[in-house]
Write a protein that binds this ligand. Structure first.
Ligand code: PGA
Length: 241
């Protein structure tokens, strides 16, 4: 795993944006795997700025998001669908028909998961997958467990994740208890992976990720099995390395 340690999270966001921009410059019809959460917000703002400046064209880009709460409607302001439009898609020239997120409102979520995997395959696979990391080492909503899902599936969130995400909701009770998430296998099939982690609170998870051992109890350690991962860190998240 490559790592780039930046002075600040602002600088790290700029480095992350340049890695995504380079991907689009090299391959204008790239398939991007995108992530939500606090971490990528600054980077998305920089990508939108690059689009406004005429430096980036998203018209041929296809996106697949990692995960979505379940159940939740697309109109719900806490949905990841809403997040992506607010923080990125409505500021760039993305073609709406090329935007994909797991369906948090599917009547048959398992069929919807299989369909999501099929769509990723039909698009030619993911060229560059963006990831954040949870305090417990989760990637997407793949929580530490005895076994990890290989494919997109329905996941029960841990108490720790519900608490971490409660900051976006009125209370802990309002956080959905389940999510639809791409699996570890879906993530590892991306051609390249870009991991962003900022802040001292992420330092223990980042340390584990670079420990050299692989364990389902820290799903991010699975990234060691991938040949092309770049972790862009600020000094605080890298402080235990
Ligand atoms: P965060 O979440 O960016 O809000 O810290 C990352 C994650 O849980 O994967």
């Amino acid at each position: 795993m490559n790592k780039i340690i930046c002075k600040s999270r602002q600088e790290a966001a700029r480095v992350g944006a340049l890695i995504i921009a380079r991907q689009i410059w090299d391959k204008p019809d790239s398939v991007l795997g995108l992530a939500t959460g606090g971490t990528p917000v600054g980077m998305y703002a920089i990508l939108a700025e690059m689009y406004r400046a005429g430096d980036l064209d998203f018209s041929r880009v296809t996106t697949f998001n990692l995960d979505e709460y379940y159940p939740i409607s697309r109109e719900n302001e806490q949905s990841y669908d809403y997040f992506m439009w607010k923080n990125l898609f409505s500021h760039i020239n993305i073609d709406k028909s090329r935007v994909n997120l797991p369906d948090g409102g599917a009547a048959d979520p398992l069929a919807a998961c299989a369909e999501y995997e099929r769509k990723i395959k039909a698009a030619g696979g993911i060229d560059l997958q963006l990831l954040g990391i949870g305090h417990n080492g989760h990637i997407a909503f793949n929580e530490p467990a005895q076994e990890l899902s290989l494919r997109t599936g329905v996941i029960t969130l841990t108490e720790q994740t519900i608490k971490a995400n409660a900051r976006f909701f009125a209370s802990d009770e309002d956080v959905p208890k389940k999510a639809v998430s791409m699996g570890i296998g879906s993530i590892l099939q991306a051609r390249k992976i870009l991991m962003l982690a900022f802040g001292e609170d992420k330092a223990p998870a980042v340390k584990k990720m670079f420990s050299g051992a692989v364990t389902t109890q820290c799903p991010a350690t699975m990234l060691a099995l991938h040949p092309d991962v770049t972790a862009v860190l600020d000094e605080a998240s890298a402080s235990m390395l």
